[in-house]
Design a protein around this ligand. Sequence first.
Ligand SMILES: *Cc1c(COP(=O)(O)O)cnc(C)c1O
Length: 387
Amino acid sequence: MRREMTPRVEIDLRKISHNARVLKKWYEEKGIQITGVVKGVSASIEIAKALIDSGITTLADTKISRIQKMKSSQLNATYLLLRTPALSEIDEVVRFADISMNTELEVIRALSKEAVKQNKVHSIILMVEMGDLREGIMPEDVPAFIEEVLKLPGIQIVGLATNFACFGGVIPTEQKMCEFSALAMKVQKQFSLIFPYISGGNSANYNWLKHTKDVGVINHLRLGESIFLGRETVNGTPIPGLYQDAFCLVAEIIESKYKPSVPFGEQRKNAFGEKVFFQDRGMMQRAIVGIGRQDVFVSGLTPLLPVEILGSSSDHIILDTKNIHLKPGDEIKFSLDYGALISAMTSPYVYKKYLHISEKDRCSKRRTKRITNISSGDTVNYLISFL
Ligand SMILES: *Cc1c(COP(=O)(O)O)cnc(C)c1O
């Protein structure tokens, strides 16, 4: 019998779907609509579909090419472009995104011109800088900014948004959220607007929402990591009732030998320009796993066996296997953090295996498995058709 392909990510769509349903219900009870952020799973069509089937109606990604991919797969949702558009992609943004996040007047003017040309109204959400110092308009500049945008044809402002804990590590405290809410309230009143999206952040906002007594006018959040990995992201703590193991990386042992623990010979920097030091543990049982840094963010992996990752190069991970005997052909599983998930899901060299939600599954709880390789072939065809 042919062995299963490695390396592969095993994706349990039932667990993702469960997480999405639980989160949607919990957030909605607090007056918050959620958008599913699919950039962490490279906008996998199977996963996007599972989210839609779980009641999520808006999907967001940072790349317009992946929004195009989802749209052309006939997945019925509202699509939000999470990153401010580049001037070189205005045509596609107006064509494929229902809403885009924006911070630059020059870009919005270009969107306006293109929307008029395409005979469309393009919706935008303005990102407000609340201290994390990635994208955003400074709060005091927001009113004058809106005044300018309101002059532009083909553009409709549908909300304000802010983002936390991404670049500067600034967290959404009660005070920050109050400030943001007050700003949204003020500009809605000033310009007689009603924003359907007052979007207060991402998976890092969980603890704020859990403890706050008043969400103010905030009515929306954008969630990626907590749907996929079942965690809030300020402390990385599991959210009760959610699965943390919807994804698992499976790789294969390609060498297993008894070798020294310290490199022997004249030593310089390694292939990545790093000077590496090794603790002398005498002779040890070492194994090589057939996956490396060009496929996955190795420091985000945790082996599910009591072995230790000693290091990695572009295509190899080297393990101290301790008392575990591993031989070539053995499979080893790893859990993934968000960085590892993003990289493995984006790599065309990592196969994707989906555990599907089937009718039979719903009735008898029996697992049905199907391998779908969406990586290499599909990605390449798609990129060609996009260009
Ligand atoms: C990635 C991203 C999110 C989702 O963040 P999670 O921590 O995965 O919930 C939300 N908003 C923006 C602007 C993003 O780039």
